[in-house]
Write a new protein. Structure first.
Length: 139
């Protein structure tokens, strides 16, 4: 069952921002915080598992070997998302971060859809979050 109005669509950045904009301001900021923590957890799990955020195996290296994409640990350690007011943005650092996002899909590129697994998890988390926030407002 899809939660009406959750981040969905061809443009990840716009769909998340548009969805958050439908919430009351205080709830909007709290939802951005929840999404940031969830997206960080999912991105780190995918990186550690050696797969793209879309669930595909990571492409092999030039020699056909399995790549761990860790040289200094900077990119791996900085993979994450933070709430920025009513938005969610990535915090990945490092010289090769853009290349790793484009070539190895260590994060969604922002112009594509939200990965299916992330969509399912976001719906689950946001459903619980919205139910809890409605209960708190009713008191």
């Amino acid at each position: 069952m899809a939660l009406t109005g959750t981040p969905r669509g061809p443009d990840l950045k716009k769909s998340v921002e548009n969805w958050l904009a439908t919430l009351p301001p205080k709830v909007e900021q709290q939802a951005a915080f929840v999404l940031a923590r969830l997206f960080t957890k999912l991105a780190r799990e995918d990186f550690r598992a050696g797969r793209t955020v879309y669930g595909d195996p990571r492409p092999p290296g030039v020699a056909g070997d399995r790549l761990d994409l860790v040289r200094s640990g900077l990119v791996r350690g900085s993979i994450g998302f933070v709430p920025n007011g009513n938005r969610v943005r990535s915090t990945v650092e490092g010289r090769y971060a853009k290349y790793l996002i484009g070539r190895y899909k260590i994060l969604p590129n922002g112009r594509g859809p939200l990965p299916e697994r992330w969509q399912r998890e976001a719906e689950k988390y946001l459903k619980v979050f919205l139910t809890d926030s409605k209960k708190r407002r009713a008191r």
